[in-house]
Design a protein around this ligand. Structure first.
Ligand code: NAI
Length: 443
């Protein structure tokens, strides 16, 4: 299929490069490739309009091509102005996989234009299903008056912690307009992507942006949830002296048991060399904090939104010098300054290429299963939304599917899984085929 013109990407001449990297990524994404094989022949998403608002990377391109291989009619934008990999976007467009509106370095105005374009099919109508990351596409549908007449939406599957928080807030107020599947809280998502993905891509981002030697430096990781755990582990692996801040005593105690010193920002503010926010909360690093930091202290965020660092206030109080794309020094009137990565936006995708394929295969296999699940429930209800088992609430995928996703990734790593005997299964009270744990188990 030739590109139709209904797209906007940076440079179509990057498509060959993108395809080469896509081919390599496919090899590292066994879950998605297995999904194509298992579900492809039945075309369960035939004719279904799927809109994606998720970092337009190589890994996401493999997800988009999987959805297309299952029959979906796909339009896509990125969920961050810096996260698009232009070669991935152009390869997908050239293959006719999806109509893509994304490039690295969008302005905020362009970002919302791209989101709107990806939401709107050429006939003026919207989509049936959304793959969202952070909830911006969902938010746009809830804020605007878009598609009031022909509201086709069957449901959304949400990728990240911050997006899930937004969905739950809407559902609690009774304002959610369609069913949502919380993909983030699949075990094979948040306990893998958020942890091991960040363990890979945080140091990658810091190093590509600054080339700083991390060994022996003092690094403060703000937040010790899933992202914070992987982030702190990666700094320790570089033999950086790693500190953690937390507000939750359980996570703080976990950090202590891992051997990290739990501190407040104030304790370390004038001593530490690197500060990374991972909280999904706002105002974690304030202007007052940055004023007190050492000259050339590195400040970055790996949480979803840039409000973890008081960027607006920093812009006003300093002179900004761009060092290279997504790396700036902000200098205070007294002459000292801080180096900020990706303008305070998630630095692993802004300064590097985000998580590697293998871990994203886990996340995106869950996304694919969630998209199939939304469709299946709708079809089973005779396409009557009121009768679907999914109403305007936030749902988890069943644990069987979580275990299936994990199982699909074991072979690649040469793991040999032990099988339960019937007697053992009876003794611990589970089925031989799983699920192996109660829903309360925390992994
Ligand atoms: P989480 O809820 O597991 O962890 C956040 C932690 O921050 C919690 O333990 C919380 O107690 C702590 N926290 C909240 N306010 C704080 C404060 N003022 N000071 C210190 N700690 C504080 O969430 P998770 O899954 O770790 O996600 C964190 C953020 O990262 C979210 O915005 C999520 O969407 C995003 N994310 C980013 C990824 C990336 O590739 N950049 C990947 C996955 C998630």
């Amino acid at each position: 299929v030739e590109a139709s013109g209904d797209f906007k990407v940076a440079d179509m001449s990057l498509a060959d490069f993108g395809r080469k990297e896509l081919d390599i990524a496919e090899h590292e994404m066994p879950g998605l490739m297995a999904a194509r094989k298992e579900f492809g022949p039945a075309q369960p998403l035939a004719g279904v309009r799927v809109m994606g608002s998720l970092h337009m990377t190589i890994q996401t391109a493999v997800l988009a091509e999987t959805l297309e291989a299952l029959g979906a009619d796909v339009r896509w934008c990125s969920c961050n102005i810096f996260s698009t990999q232009d070669h991935a976007a152009s390869a997908c467009v050239r293959a006719g996989t999806a109509n893509i509106f994304a490039w690295k370095g969008e302005t905020l105005e362009e970002y919302w234009w791209c989101t709107d374009k990806a939401l709107t099919w050429p006939d003026g109508e919207g989509m049936d299903q959304i793959v969202d990351d952070g909830g911006d596409a969902t938010l746009l549908l809830h804020e605007g008056k878009k598609f009031e007449e022909q509201f086709r939406m069957v449901g959304v599957s949400e990728e990240t912690t911050t997006g899930v928080h937004r969905l739950i807030a809407m559902a609690d107020k009774g304002e959610l307009l369609f069913p949502a599947i919380n993909v983030n809280d699949c075990v094979t998502k948040s306990k893998f992507d958020n942890v091991y993905g960040c363990r890979h891509s945080l140091p990658d981002g810091i190093m590509r942006a600054t080339d700083v030697m991390l060994s022996g430096k003092k690094v403060v990781i703000c937040g010790f949830g899933d992202v914070g755990k992987g982030s702190a582990a990666s700094m320790r692996a570089q033999n950086a002296i790693t500190y953690v801040t937390e507000i939750d005593p359980i996570c703080a105690l976990q950090a202590c048991m891992e051997g990290y010193q739990v501190v407040t920002m104030e304790d370390l503010i004038s001593e530490a060399d690197v500060f990374i926010t991972t909280t999904g909360n706002k105002d974690i690093i304030t202007l007052e904090h940055m004023k007190k930091m050492k000259n050339n202290a590195i400040v970055g965020n790996i949480g979803h939104f840039d409000n973890e660092i008081q960027m607006e206030q920093l812009e006003k109080a300093t002179t900004r010098m761009n060092i290279k794309p997504q790396c700036d020094k902000y200098t205070f009137p007294d002459g000292h300054g801080v180096i900020v990565l990706a303008e305070g936006r998630l630095l692993n995708l802004g300064c590097a290429t985000g998580h590697p394929s293998f871990v994203m295969s886990n996340s995106f296999t869950n996304q694919t299963l969630a998209q199939l699940e939304l469709r299946k429930a709708y079809v089973e209800a005779g396409k009557d939304k009121a009768k679907s088992k999914y109403q305007n609430q936030v749902y988890l995928l069943p644990k069987e599917l979580d275990e299936k996703v994990a199982r699909l990734h074991l072979g690649q790593l040469g793991a040999h899984l032990t099988e339960l005997s019937t007697e053992q299964a009876d003794y611990i009270g589970v089925k031989k085929s799983g699920p192996y744990k109660p829903t309360t188990y925390r992994y």
